[in-house]
Design a protein around this ligand. Structure first.
Ligand SMILES: [Zn+2]
Length: 446
């Protein structure tokens, strides 16, 4: 029966007539009178978006931001509403990852953890459609089944696409639904579904033997990870190197030789095994750069000290008949009181590395408290190690030094972030020189 009447109107806009085989785009999805919401093709939709962003005259970090803010949301709703299969979503995720890897000059073998861990844990916080769409679908069905409304209660079980949602349940929660799906949906709090998926990504990343090395130290650390969201204080080239550094994918002979047998003797110094830790914290070729980085941190600390009214003495030789000679980096004095601070920058190989180094510094300089008091005429001193991670880890104990210096609480966080960025830039500076050296070593005939 064809109803020959005038167009129905909503607020003076007509509702279009369509045939039974046609579809109409409504709220971002194609709706057909007979088949309901038609399946969308997120792969077909995302590829031109990725191509356009790739070509845009933007910085790599701007491309990533544009993708997350405008690109991905355009395909999410349709894919969610039309129950696009997990396999297709996995392909979309792979395309997105590959584009981001290309923009940020990351190795194709970079672990997923860098992309999907949340920023507070040191990841880029990229959406993962395979996971997030399944989570949102299961949550929605939980709420619908648990609705108080009487009509909803009757209709929901009849409309539930059981096979599809059972599959999504497994993706969202990681386990099969116990007993009947409907019972699980009726008794589970929607807020807990998929709550930990980014944490699981981070844990998997930490568990990787090479790329996960020392990453656990960056968990739940908004200060050491702040630059991942807004590359504040870092040039694009530093940001990209910092990402490679964080994911242990800097191109050294060790990463290049994975799975192959080749000579991994350091191309910069000709000694030692060319891995990232060697280059950053041991290689003789970069000793000067390391000294400069260390001095940069000392300089920043002394500037803060002077601004807070401390007199700063750098590298004062202190001798004691019992323990010999010590040269602490900084001695800050004010009103007959002193703070002895020794700075270190070290690679975060294990979660306890920085803490142990700080303790070592305290033990080393504590013994010199009395000679320091005598030399500078002080009534008492406190000794600290101020340790920064070469990959930007802000050691929690450093805050105590800033406290003792009398830094207002409101400024502590911003300064901690500044130290983090300084430490990262120091290391990326070394890596830039290393890249040049290794390139020229490669072009030399054997
Ligand atoms: Zn070396």
């Amino acid at each position: 029966t064809v109803n020959h009447c005038a167009d129905w109107m909503i607020h003076s806009s007509p509702i279009p007539w369509i045939g039974e085989t046609q579809s109409y785009r409504y709220l971002g999805v194609e709706v057909s009178p007979k088949r309901g919401i038609l399946p969308s093709d997120p792969l077909k939709e995302i590829l031109p978006l990725l191509r356009k962003i790739s070509k845009a005259p933007l910085k790599p970090t701007q491309k990533v931001k544009m993708l997350i803010t405008y690109g991905i949301p355009r395909v999410v709703y349709g894919a969610d509403m039309s129950l696009v299969g997990t396999a297709v979503l996995r392909k979309v995720d792979r395309e997105i990852r590959n584009a981001v890897k290309a923009w940020l000059h990351l190795s194709p073998s970079t672990a997923d953890g860098l992309f999907y861990s949340s920023r507070v844990d040191g990841g880029l916080g990229l959406p993962r459609l395979e996971k997030q769409i399944a989570i949102s679908q299961v949550k929605r069905w939980c709420r619908t089944i648990q609705a108080k409304d009487a009509k909803c209660k009757v209709l929901a079980p009849a409309l539930l696409p059981k096979v599809e949602i059972a599959k999504r349940w497994k993706v969202a929660t990681g386990v099969e639904a116990e007993g009947s799906l409907q019972a699980s949906l009726a008794t589970t709090d929607p807020a807990v579904i998929g709550k930990r998926w980014r944490v699981s990504e981070f844990e998997r990343w930490c568990g990787l033997r090479c790329q996960g090395r020392g990453l656990a130290t960056f968990a739940r650390d908004p200060i050491s990870n702040h630059w991942l969201g807004v590359p504040w204080g870092l040039h694009e080239s530093d940001y990209i190197l910092a990402l490679q550094l964080r994911s242990s994918t800097v191109r050294t002979l060790t990463t290049l030789s994975r799975g192959r047998r080749m000579n991994t003797t350091c191309r910069a110094c000709g000694r030692g095994w060319e891995g990232i830790i060697h280059v950053v914290s041991q290689c003789r070729a970069f000793k000067k750069n390391r000294m400069a980085n260390h001095n940069n941190i000392c300089r920043l600390l002394s500037i803060i000290g002077r601004a807070l009214g401390w007199e700063v003495t750098r590298e004062k030789r202190i001798t004691c008949p019992l323990w010999g000679t010590a040269v602490p980096d900084l001695i800050l004095t004010k009103n007959g009181r002193g703070l002895v601070v020794d700075v270190a920058v070290c690679y975060e190989a294990k979660p306890g590395t920085l803490r142990r180094r700080a303790e070592f510094k305290v033990n080393k300089y504590d013994k010199f408290s009395r000679p320091i008091c005598n030399t500078l005429g002080l009534s008492g001193v406190k000794t600290f190690g101020f340790v920064m991670g070469a990959r930007g880890k802000w050691h929690a104990g450093n805050a105590e030094v800033l406290n003792e210096m009398g830094l207002p609480r409101s400024r502590k966080k911003a300064l901690a972030k500044l130290f983090t960025v300084r430490a990262i830039r120091g290391t990326t500076g070394i890596l830039k020189v290393f890249k040049k050296l290794s390139r020229s070593a490669q072009s030399r005939p054997p």
